[in-house]
Design a protein. Structure first.
Length: 350
């Protein structure tokens, strides 16, 4: 993860045990470049909008939606009330099951604070999210009215005071704007059951102090028997996001980690990255393979073209005495299958 001077999402560094990260990854599911890690991850994916776990009120809105791999695997966990730390660029992966749970809760009398709080870092992200929420809300307005509101700095917050006093089910807010509303007591988090941090990597960098106050208010609510669910969505896995996952684990909230790209999964898994800039690529490759990397290891060399692949194979065999297998687009399929069998038969180094 990139270097950061951010403190742990827990109040002090002593709050998080070094062993908790390993506990997050008891189960691992890999499906179509989507990684899900956590304890007791639900195995049955959602393959249709008619799934009995999704509230039927969402049916009209989801008819034209194609379920993506992340949504297929993650929706069951969110619908089951699991906390999750997500690395993806897809609001649907948490918003659809969140709204389904809101509908399942049934009628709520007007007044009081929000049931679902969606934190966003800046106005553009909030406007986009608000449009998406409104598109859902309009599709099932006759079944169960869910009121929503978006507050942000410079957005005429005073005009939203009456709406907040009357009560909304979904509140989208930037952290500073939410704290101002809480200080004015036009809203509170007494009945808030869902905390979603949208753009968590930015919020934890820019609004960490504000988030601490919001988090404390959410977890110290007087209604301790209410269900609570915490979700975070970020575009990349950073040290601050990792700390937040550790904090949830430390709180015994059993978070699920869901990552939509292999590169971010490699960062999460602690894969060592070494960057070399060399004029003589053949020489640099030879030094890498003759060094620690090439000792009792399987090494994959990725090239940009078929000709480059064949050149690397010749170079490794003639100049470096390394056993090499080259696979490229014009290679006959029979050879590819033969190489695959040979690769799998080799004894894996410890």
């Amino acid at each position: 993860p990139p270097a950061s001077n951010i403190a742990d999402i827990g109040e002090t560094s002593d709050d998080v045990d070094d062993s908790v990260v390993a506990q997050v990854t008891d189960d691992v599911i890999y499906d179509d470049s989507v990684y899900l890690m956590g304890r007791a991850v639900p195995r049955r994916p959602v393959v249709s909008v008619d799934d009995d776990r999704i509230n039927p009120g969402l049916g009209p809105r989801l008819r034209s939606h194609t379920i993506q791999p992340m949504e297929r695997r993650l929706w069951p966990s969110v619908l089951a009330g699991r906390n999750a730390v997500l690395v993806a660029d897809d609001e649907y992966c948490y918003l659809t099951p969140l709204l389904s749970r809101l509908l399942d809760m049934g009628y709520r009398p007007p007044g009081g604070g929000p049931v679902a709080l969606l934190l966003v870092p800046f106005q553009p992200a909030g406007c986009s999210l608000m449009k998406l929420v409104e598109s859902y809300r309009l599709s099932f307005a006759n079944r169960s009215p869910i009121r929503s509101c978006f507050i942000y700095g410079g957005g005429g917050e005073e005009r939203m005071d009456s709406l907040l006093l009357n009560g909304v089910e979904i509140l989208i807010a930037t952290p500073p704007a939410l704290l101002r509303a809480l200080d004015k007591r036009v809203t509170d988090l007494a009945r808030c059951s869902f905390l979603t941090v949208h753009g968590a990597d930015i919020i934890f960098e820019v609004f960490l102090k504000e988030f601490h106050r919001i988090k404390d208010s959410f977890y110290s609510s007087s209604l301790r028997n209410k269900p609570r669910q915490t979700l975070s969505l970020s575009s990349k896995w950073t040290l601050a996001v990792d700390n937040f996952a550790c904090f949830l684990q430390w709180m015994s909230l059993r978070p699920i980690v869901a990552i939509a790209t292999r590169s971010e999964a490699a960062i999460y898994g602690g894969v060592k990255h070494i960057v070399h800039a060399a004029v003589d690529r053949d020489r640099q490759l030879r030094e890498l393979l003759d060094g620690e990397m090439g000792v009792s290891s399987y090494v994959v060399v990725a090239t940009g073209s078929d000709s480059a692949t064949q050149h690397v194979r010749r170079f490794l065999r003639e100049c470096c005495a390394h056993d090499a297998v080259a696979v490229y687009s014009t290679l006959p399929r029979d050879y590819i299958e033969e190489y695959e069998v040979d690769w799998r038969r080799r004894e894996k180094p410890s």
